[in-house]
Design a protein around this ligand. Sequence first.
Ligand code: ATP
Length: 515
Amino acid sequence: MLLARVAEVSREVTAASARSRKIALLAELFAEAEPDESPLVIAYLSGRLPQGRIGVGWSVLKDVVPPAVPPAEGSALTLGQVDAAMAELAAVSGAGARAERSRLVHGLFSAATHDEQELLVRLLTGEVRQGALDAIALEGVARAAGVPALELRRAVMLEGSLPPVARAVLDEGASALERFTLRVGSPVQPMLAHTAASVAEAIADLGPCAVEEKLDGIRIQVHRRGDDVRVYTRSLDDITDRVPEVVATARAVAADGFVLDGEVIALDPGSGRPVSFQMISARVGSRVDVAGARAVLPLTAVFFDVLAREGEELIDRPGLERHAVLARLLPESQRVRRAVVTDPADPAQTAAAERFYADTLARGHEGVLVKALEAPYAAGRRGRTWLKVKPVHTLDLVVLAVERGHGRRTGLLSNLHLGARTADGGFVMLGKTFKGLTDEMLRWQTERLRELAVSDDGFTVRVRPELVVEIAYDGLQVSTRYPAGVTLRFARVVRHRPDKRASEADTVERVVEGR
Ligand SMILES: Nc1ncnc2c1ncn2[C@@H]1O[C@H](COP(=O)(O)OP(=O)(O)OP(=O)(O)O)[C@@H](O)[C@H]1O
């Protein structure tokens, strides 16, 4: 397939306002593509490169942004050629890398038409305006392959991503879906939670439920088959080598095969209270000297769900049943604490749930999750059957740009420009903040944002909109300075969220309407 065709559909999808029209356009595109090309089509439409970040920054791109390079007359670039060029670019390193990248990028842009050049820029800068593309791409594939979207979605959750499933169903049809089951060693997208204002509201919503402590660590999914243990993050990255303590815990379980869902935390050796997320994140994120870091900040794995055991898939079983399996697998110390409300009409039980919430906060945790006892595990979805209750309201926003620090912060990238998602896949800026950033966080974000930089006027560095930050704030205030007409009052950074994608950030509608 030609890149020009993807560029054309990408434009049409952006211009179409009806979701059904977008899906129809995508279905047509997937029907035309060879099944093997579909992973590239999905990636390019949603503005991702399969190679990830490939080191082409603004210093290289500014020389090729249209109209800098004369465009090719007719379209001839195929998706395969673009992919090969990106792979070549990703492999460049060492002395002379910048010149070599520049040479390769020039070559690619000279072979591209004007429209293709624009798509290439968007791919290389990460600036794609394709709202909720992953969800509609899934529906487009379902229609092109003639399979129900619901069944395709389940397969995608179990596989972890759309491209491999798309390739299989477009090639073989519905029968391919059977292959995508929960497998030990293949991470599935975790179930997520909605928010409730209070424990009472959550109980009223869910009926019989469990109130669990919300641990403030890093989500982990632990797979074990025989002696082989793998640990994945919420974004399904394999962190096995960084968390030897978790591997040891999983090996000690008296069962051969299972998939567990939980959180890795660190407890202060002195007080026994949980240490900050930022420190755990630094410990898990460190590529260096795991043994040394381990001595300083030992990690503890605590689990709250089990998705499979000894070859048996459990995700469709009620929560209560899964918890019974979990309780047989793990000692109490390795499970989250919880209080069960079997009868929401019993005041003694609801009072006990409220006490549990208060005690959890007093122990230094950030809140609770209230989970319906009957509900299955909704992999990859923000289910209505898990509700989180926290005393402080936070937003997940995307860093759009950052200002250079001055004074004590000279040399660091400090003041963050914060954006919420818009319905059309873009971002709208809601405000700026450098409050809440510790020295360690400043150092970390400076390094990360330098990698994401796309332009720099000496004062403000614009970045690919990829880094998510969790922001606490005291409310909204009307502002003519910001495009949504509002800005955040006393916004402060709670933490960076490298485990979240920009597509998971809060939408401006949610911020403004409190939804
Ligand atoms: N007992 C628990 N059950 C489920 N998730 C828990 C529990 N304790 C801590 N967590 C964490 O809370 C998260 C659930 O909240 P949510 O689905 O909103 O994700 P989130 O956006 O990362 O949440 P937040 O931003 O509030 O941490 C899980 O991803 C997990 O990391």
